[in-house]
Design a protein around this ligand. Structure first.
Ligand code: LIP
Length: 276
């Protein structure tokens, strides 16, 4: 795969992300938006399905041999165990609850991976007119302007984003971690879109982010953050044999100097007891 071919893929992904953004803004502006629930109170709207159909249909037509992992139409997480052949990773609407409530922290997230790494990441936020983009090795941009992490180097001054699952059955460790972060950091933000939280770390609007999500929530944004000089990893070990690029549990993405102190804090809070 040559650099020009990757540039073509990035341009294709940017174009379909923006077209999907037009669909979801039009759908919300109209009065025909339908809601239904998947497992554990997980919301999905008619706009999710329409945006997904546009994105996956365009990929099928342009790149018929490529695989697709998409939250709404191709959710087989087994696809996320292999990045050797080309794989598209799609979340047509990240921040679905925000979308349904009329909030603007909503993003179309499109990643493309190949040869074991995510190579292209596009996170398009249509309600704020912002497109975050990265091609591996070529830096990260917001609306074509370079972005960089905040450079924050003290936990006590760190603004940290996180989120919580739809299911309420295993909240205890998350509350312990939240307690530790609130006692040691400036404050937290719960914006409701992992893709935007991670891109905001890349742009210096947040200093750190941690959460367990799905690969489609984070694959594109994690490349944007890496290319903006942030450190991207996990605060608990990645299982043997799993590709860290596609392991979306216990994510930790920070301005570089915060990574180890925040990793230690979250590890300690994940075990019994909390170090204050
Ligand atoms: C959302 C994530 C968010 C998380 C929410 C939800 P969705 O994804 O982006 O970080 O806290 O629970 O999983 O469901 O809007 O695509």
């Amino acid at each position: 795969m040559t650099e020009p071919m990757i540039a073509e893929i990035a341009a294709f992904a940017r174009d379909i992300a923006r077209k999907a953004g037009e669909i979801i803004t039009q759908e919300r502006a109209g009065d025909a938006l339908e809601h239904r629930y998947k497992a554990q109170q997980e919301l999905v709207t008619s706009a999710d399905l329409k945006a997904d159909a546009l994105i996956t249909g365009a990929i099928r037509e342009q790149y018929p041999s490529h695989r697709i992992l998409s939250e709404e139409s191709h959710p087989d997480l087994a696809e996320a165990e292999d990045l050797d052949s080309p794989l598209w990773i799609i979340d047509p609407i990240d921040g679905t609850v925000n979308y349904a409530y009329g909030h603007n922290q909503v993003a179309v997230s499109i990643a493309w991976g190949y040869r074991g790494k995510i190579q292209v990441g596009i996170v398009h936020c249509p309600f704020q007119g912002e497109t975050f983009e990265a091609v591996r090795g070529q830096g990260a941009t917001l609306n074509n302007r370079p972005i960089r992490h905040s450079g924050c180097d003290r936990l006590s001054q760190a603004l940290v984003a996180t989120g919580f699952p739809y299911g309420k059955d295993r909240l205890a460790p998350l509350i312990r971690r939240l307690d530790a972060v609130l006692h040691h950091c400036r404050d937290i933000r719960r914006n409701g879109s992992a893709a935007l939280d991670i891109c905001w770390v890349a742009a210096g609007r947040l200093d750190a982010y941690y959460e367990t999500v799905s690969p489609w929530d984070c694959a594109a944004a994690a490349l944007v953050a890496q290319e903006a000089g942030a450190r991207s990893g996990h605060f608990l070990p990645v299982p043997e044999g799993r590709n860290p690029e596609l392991w979306s549990q216990n994510l930790l993405i920070t301005a570089p100097a915060l990574y180890e102190p925040l990793q230690t804090l979250l590890q300690e809070a994940s075990s019994e007891g909390i170090s204050r």
